[in-house]
Design a protein around this ligand. Structure first.
Ligand code: PHE
Length: 380
């Protein structure tokens, strides 16, 4: 009996040690642990779910090709629940509990801004796939992104509204609780005014709002030729729908925050005569894009959106940097990321500049007959 108990205790101890190693506590030497913090649930769950799919495709491809530095990439995902406070908790867990070598995320600038200081303080490189607010990478020299930034996006949107659409008087409806929205509104305004256009009215809402009639009625009274909505598609689609109900027929213009199939799912026919800028279009005839669309559709039976494409590119750029670093040390991965030049991603050819931002093209999309239609690509 005593022998049996002794064996049971020994067995339990082995299980505990095994779990501890498996969780990364002892560092499984055949794998490189990479963290992902994404909005898998909450108001913007589509952001994280699509990012994760794109990222998993990159992980599986690199592992099938032999991995990195002779090891397999093991991705650990933490849910930010679409909240900045949870984003901070998620990266803290990934860094201190799991000891990941680098972190990928987030989509929303407000969440990346909450997590970046923690990555920076711990010397763990962070690569955001879709946060475009310029402040994100200013958090420190370990913070990178594979998307363009909003001063460029705001300028492209303003030029498009002024020159292509011929707009002279525009109104803005922005999300005041969202760093991305507030920043993009400002950059749009700066260029639009420089070109000779006028912002005749500005109104605000907060993420999660569902009734925008009061703001829209106020904007309508000023008779704008176009309304700029630099927010996320979750609210933007409702805004345009309600505007059409108020007989506001003018063009509505947005940024990458509009980019999801959900935009037309929610907004329906109201979305005609709207335009937005983004990182990529699944309809881009480019062969790299089409090859990606093909592989993704075969795997998930769904067309990849921008999150998926950017998640995929974020993964590939990070793995490429670890390879070139020849090491999983934070400082070495950081240096290799800094040296990224002309990396051919799905979302364009990506070069990391001296501010750790990606210099890359912007795509303009028009919604025509309920379809997102590729219009043009603008080089940086
Ligand atoms: N660019 C947005 C931000 O920085 C994130 C976003 C990208 C949201 C693409 C939707 C689509 O907050």
């Amino acid at each position: 009996m005593r022998r049996l108990i002794a064996w049971l205790i020994l067995g339990a101890a082995l299980v505990v040690i095994g779990l501890w190693i498996g969780c990364g506590g002892g560092g499984n030497t055949s794998e490189i642990l990479i963290g992902e913090y994404s909005a898998m649930t909450g108001t913007t769950a589509t952001f994280g779910q699509s990012t994760h799919r794109g990222l998993m495709m990159a992980v599986d491809e690199i592992n099938a090709a032999g991995g990195v530095l002779g090891k397999k990439i093991h991705l650990l995902t933490e849910d930010t629940q679409s909240r900045p406070e949870e984003a901070a908790t998620a990266v803290t867990k990934l860094i201190t509990r799991d000891r990941v070598k680098a972190v990928i995320g987030e989509v929303s600038s407000s969440r990346s801004l909450a997590a970046a200081p923690i990555c920076q303080a711990n010397g763990v490189p962070m690569v955001s796939n879709a946060s475009t607010n310029p402040e994100v990478t200013k958090k420190g020299d370990y913070i990178f992104r594979v998307c363009y930034i909003d001063p460029f996006q705001g300028e492209v949107m303003a030029r498009f509204a002024f020159s292509t659409l011929g707009i002279r008087k525009a109104a803005i409806l922005k999300d005041i609780k969202n760093d991305y929205s507030v920043g993009l509104a400002q950059y749009f305004e700066e260029t639009f005014q420089k070109l000779g256009g006028e912002i005749i009215a500005t109104q605000a809402y907060s993420e999660g709002d569902i009734d925008f009639k009061a703001q829209l009625t106020a904007l309508k009274a000023t008779e704008p030729e176009a309304v700029i909505v630099p927010g996320y598609y979750t609210e933007a689609a409702l805004i345009v729908k309600q505007a059409r109900e108020l007989n506001m027929t003018m063009p509505f213009v947005g940024g990458d925050g509009w980019d999801s199939a959900k935009l037309v799912e929610i907004g329906g026919a109201s979305m005609n005569n709207t335009y937005y800028s983004t990182a990529y279009s699944a309809d881009d005839p480019d062969s790299v894009v089409q090859n990606f669309v093909h592989k993704y559709t075969a795997r998930y039976d769904d067309k990849p959106d921008a999150f998926a494409a950017l998640g995929y590119d974020a993964g590939l750029i990070l793995f490429d940097a670890v390879k070139r670093a020849g090491s999983t040390e934070g400082a070495k991965i950081r240096d290799a990321l800094t040296a990224t030049r002309d990396f051919r991603g799905v979302t364009g050819t990506i070069t990391i500049d001296s501010d750790r931002n990606a210099r890359k093209p912007i795509v303009i999309i028009a919604v025509v007959n309920g379809e997102m239609t590729y219009k043009e690509t603008i080089q940086p």
